[in-house]
Design a protein around this ligand. Sequence first.
Ligand SMILES: *[C@@H]1O[C@H](CO)[C@@H](O)[C@H](O)[C@H]1NC(C)=O
Length: 152
Amino acid sequence: MERVSAKRSAGMRGVVCRWWLLQLILWWRQTATASVYRVGGGAGWTNYVLRTNQLPDYTAWASSNQPFYVDDQFLFQYVPYFHSVHQFQNQSDFEHCDFSHATQLDDGHSGSFMWQAPEIGTFYLGCKTVVEGFGSHCKDGQKVAITVQKRV
Ligand SMILES: *[C@@H]1O[C@H](CO)[C@@H](O)[C@H](O)[C@H]1NC(C)=O
């Protein structure tokens, strides 16, 4: 009688153990597969790439780093106070660098901002900084469209 119940409880412990193991594997799979990207690579988030004396090309950066998935993280790093991270409502506002409906994601005071892709879709981000007499950082090319896919 004693033996039977001991056996049963050992079996129960095995089930609980396997359940936890499964949770651990699911958690590990999810966290291990999310990636962190530094937007712009070595150049970072800027309207002018000193090293190459060129305007940045974030379209090229995005296409050479994708595919991007939900929960991937994007680090925007730049000279504090010189730039910002804003999100446009749609592609049209993005193309025209129209910030009138954009949402500020980062004020630019720290020079570092991590954005995490919340869901599938295309997200349009840009820098709102305008320098009197020199035009806008967005029109210089400091904007990026990030297309986020469902992980397969
Ligand atoms: C883009 O979003 C803005 C702000 O909501 C809106 O005024 C405009 O009509 C939209 N354009 C398109 C092409 O959806």
